[in-house]
Design a binder for this molecule. Sequence first.
Ligand SMILES: Cc1cc2nc3c(=O)[nH]c(=O)nc-3n(C[C@H](O)[C@H](O)[C@H](O)COP(=O)(O)O)c2cc1C
Length: 310
Amino acid sequence: MDLSVKIGRLKLKNPVTVASGTFGYAEEFKELVNLEGLGAIITKTITKEPRLGNAAPRLAETSSGMLNAIGLQNEGLDNFLKVKLPKLKKIGTKIIVSVSANSAQEFIYCVKQLEDSGVEAIELNLSCPNIKYAKLAKTNKAKARIFAQVAGDTYTLVNALAKKTNTVLIAKLSPNVTDITEIALAAQKAGADALSLVNTFSAMAIDIDTHRPRLANVSGGLSGPAIKPIAVKMVYDVAQAVKIPIIGMGGIMNADDAIEFIIAGAAAVSVGTANFVNPGISMEVIEGIKNYCKKKKLKNIKQLIGTLKR
Ligand SMILES: Cc1cc2nc3c(=O)[nH]c(=O)nc-3n(C[C@H](O)[C@H](O)[C@H](O)COP(=O)(O)O)c2cc1C
């Protein structure tokens, strides 16, 4: 059975990846997961300079979901290149490095450094709901905002990067927009090789005894089963609009959830919040997809992508 899929030029042995920020830099999971068996590992987002992230509490459980406002805590690009990347390269599966930055210049700097260090694929985190980005496009002077919330900003940034690198560029989009297909089309037109969707949904929760927000950041991003049906629709809508492959995510807790995303049009999937519940879940998702293909007599997983019947 052929479970391999292509994300741009990147060939994954199977369609199951782990979502940025929910799997650290894989080292943390090496006793619990056969890392080599994963389709790809998407790292926690890194930035040029180290970041301490937001104040605690940064996580809160909600009905069928999880709120987080980590604020892109990470040890910075230099540390990643020196300490984390050499270990990741030894794992024997594809590594997709997630990057975020405050400006196009900073993005270009990080992407070039990663490319020079042999990184094959980069997920551009254009969509973290928990930090404010400096604005890029001159047309949007009103306030700092997330690149993936404005089609023009997405186009300008991705286009600037696509011109400067041969690395596979995957644009990670925000669900916190009016029409995600408009942003997806802008990323495709700008030269993105693939799309990841979705990042977390802007959300908040309140402690009614103290009247305080349950996150120190007041609001954060909602993930987990609560968002899955909305994420599936976004993947479906975008898959109808674009030609580039999609990595679908949002509330995948088991193989059936992953298969739903693939039928909706995702070429690959990312398992996120589920890793906190069961660190070995990604392996179970791969096994479940295999069994499903066997049951349905599919010789190739590609026969399943975008097969919604209407
Ligand atoms: C604790 C936590 C940290 C996250 N950190 C990042 C991050 O650094 N970069 C990023 O692009 N997405 C980050 N995400 C978003 C996930 O990668 C994913 O897009 C989202 O959680 C939806 O998938 P899920 O419902 O399966 O978790 C984070 C999510 C969680 C729960």
